[in-house]
Ligand binder design. Structure first.
Ligand code: SAH
Length: 238
């Protein structure tokens, strides 16, 4: 079973969104979550977890000795991750490698953590995007949720995963559901569903999905589109 260990100053935030729906139902049977309050690993009677940065500057820094106390107690082999805006950007294509080993995830707060802890434990820094949060908890949940949904039997409709945005380098095609023709309130406009989707012709439907997916990607994410075209050309050459 895939074990996720989390070190945080706000353990009450967990499992939070990880405790509901398919991810929550699988918790305890298909994956395991071990959340520890880093304050319990403080070494003095005031339970100090942070201190002022050497060299001055704003804010506080989480103490290496406290973090070391946590990790040496819980560590049993696996990948050690510090959620950090300085880290490598987390992407869909990294998920399978994250699922290969148990995870130990440190959620930072304040200005971050003493870099000596990261060096000593050979910690990987992982960012969920180019913006700064107040703490690593939401980032950790983001990483864990996107991994857990790819564990076999977690999602009811396993097939949906293969069609997800990004899984093949493209964004997912547009979706429609009943009614076939929809007229918004107080409005004359009628929005129809592309008729091919009702045709029952599987080949034409999958062609429509593919070309719609390409169009959506081209319009919304030119970076992904360029990469997709480049790969396609490379495959054609070889
Ligand atoms: N001063 C730090 C930011 C600290 S933000 C810096 O400039 O690098 C406080 C904590 O929030 C961090 O320790 C980290 O755990 C978390 N965090 C903030 N933004 C994040 C992001 N984009 N991805 C992952 N974790 C993030």
């Amino acid at each position: 079973m895939w074990n996720v260990n989390v070190g945080t100053l706000f353990p009450d935030l967990f499992p939070g969104p990880l405790g509901v729906s398919c991810i929550g139902k699988a918790l305890g049977s298909l994956w395991h979550l071990n959340v520890r309050d880093l304050r319990n690993y403080a070494l003095d009677k005031h339970k100090t977890v942070d201190d002022t940065p050497f060299g001055g500057g704003p804010g506080m820094v989480m103490k290496a000795d406290v973090l070391d106390n946590w990790l040496s107690e819980v560590y049993n082999g696996g990948r050690i991750i510090y959620m950090s805006p300085r880290g490598k950007l987390f992407k869909q294509q990294h998920i399978n490698s994250f699922l290969e080993k148990d995870l130990y995830i440190l959620c930072g707060r304040y200005e971050g953590v003493d870099c000596r802890f990261l060096k000593h434990w050979n910690v990987e820094e992982v960012s969920i995007g180019d913006y700064v949060l107040c703490g690593g908890e939401i980032a950790a949940m983001t990483l864990v949720e996107s991994c857990v949904r790819l564990i076999p039997n977690v999602l009811k409709n396993a097939e949906s995963v293969a069609h997800d945005s990004l899984s093949n380098g493209l964004l997912e095609h547009d979706q429609y559901t009943k009614p076939y023709s929809w007229v918004p309130k107080n409005c004359e406009i009628e929005y129809n569903t592309p008729c091919v989707l009702k045709s029952g012709n599987h080949r034409r439907i999958s062609e429509w999905k593919k070309s719609n997916s390409e169009k959506v990607t081209q319009e919304a994410r030119s970076d992904l589109w360029i990469e997709y075209v480049r790969k396609k050309e490379k495959n054609a050459d070889s």
